[in-house]
Every structure is written in structure tokens, then in C-alpha cells.
Design a protein around this ligand. Structure first.
Ligand SMILES: [Mg+2]
Length: 192
């Protein structure tokens, strides 16, 4: 599937150029805009793979917009800037800005920057996914341990027997051990 990109740039000619370069390179430009407010709206509505956004724009600049976008979605952003500004680079780190390009923009500098931003965004998404899975596993383990403790107390079982009881119940009901744990914790919540 073609990566879906949104282009936000207030100079109409440059915006057209960007769109053409990206389309020729095999990307899909799904929307475009000329100010930060529009960028926020489009990022939220369309959830693109990448947003390419100018900094200096009317109504709302690109930096402010990218900070708001970060609060609402994971949209990665590649910034366009007229000069290399140190303070901007620092500020951009707080938002989801994965890179920036200094104008003038050409095919030669745009496409590699887009490729890098897309691959960084993918890596980041994978990492966040793994982190979430780890967290869920850890929570499940905690729940199971707690439920086992409850059973030991309520039914006066040793650890092994309590665990076996939960395991057998899960198999019989064809539910996960975590769900059984959850049910036990709910059932005995008032007794504890
Ligand atoms: Mg501008």
C-alpha cells in the first residue's frame, strides 16, 4: 500500500511542487492545507502515515500545530523550514517531529527525508506496540498472582493447589487464566 501523506504549506506553488514530487515517487497525497489549524483537523480526520508541514504559515504556525497534533494522534511530522534554526530543532523534539528539511525543497532532498521519517515512524510504532504488550502481560501475571492468593486464603489451599484449581477452571470454561483470575478477584472482592 502506498504511504498516505498530507502536505501543509502556505505557498501554493511550493505545495503543488511537493505534491507532484511525492506523487511521482509513488506516495499518495491524501490531502493538503495552508495553515496549522487545517493541519490539526486533517491529521485527526485522516490519520496519515506522514504529514509534511511548513513552519511559517498564517493563522497557526507549523510548530504550534504539531504540538497540538501530538496530543490527539500519533501522526509523524516532517517539518519544512526556511532556515536552519537551532531553537526550532529543540522545540520540535517535544512534538512528533521526526525530521526537518531546509528549503529550497527538491526531489533529491525530499524523498530521502520522507523515507527516513516513514521508517522511523514505523519503528516507533513497533516499539510502542511491544511496550504495550509487555505491560499487558505483566498486568495479567499480577492479576493471576493476586487471584491465587485469594483462593489460598478463601479455600485454604496451598499455592500449587490454588494454581491448579484456576488452571482447571480455565480449561473447562475455555477462558484464559487471566479471565479466571479476574472472575475470582471480582467474586471475592468483598471478602478480602
Ligand atoms: Mg510558509
Amino acid at each position: 500500500m502506498k504511504p498516505r501523506i498530507i502536505v501543509i504549506e502556505d505557498e501554493a506553488i511550493l505545495r503543488m511542487d511537493l505534491k507532484e514530487i511525492l506523487t511521482d515517487a509513488g506516495y499518495e497525497v491524501i490531502a493538503e492545507g495552508d495553515n496549522g489549524e487545517k493541519a490539526i483537523e486533517l491529521a485527526y480526520q485522516l490519520n496519515p502515515d506522514l504529514m509534511i508541514m511548513d513552519i511559517k504559515m498564517p493563522k497557526m504556525d507549523g510548530l504550534k500545530a504539531s504540538k497540538i497534533i501530538k496530543k490527539q494522534s500519533k501522526t509523524p511530522i516532517l517539518m519544512l523550514t526556511a532556515f536552519s534554526q537551532k531553537e526550532f530543532v529543540e522545540e520540535a523534539k517535544e512534538a512528533n517531529v521526526l525530521g526537518y528539511l531546509v528549503k529550497p525543497i527538491s526531489e533529491a532532498n525530499l524523498i530521502p527525508a520522507v523515507e527516513i521519517a516513514l521508517s522511523q515512524a514505523e519503528k516507533r510504532a513497533q516499539y510502542e506496540d511491544e511496550l504495550l504488550q509487555k505491560e499487558q502481560k505483566m498486568n495479567a501475571r499480577k492479576q493471576i498472582e493476586r487471584a491465587k492468593g485469594v483462593l489460598m486464603k478463601v479455600m485454604k489451599l496451598n499455592e500449587q493447589a490454588a494454581y491448579e484449581k484456576m488452571r482447571k477452571f480455565s480449561m473447562k470454561q475455555q477462558v484464559s487464566l487471566e479471565r479466571t483470575a479476574h472472575a475470582i478477584l471480582k467474586k471475592y472482592a468483598n471478602d478480602m
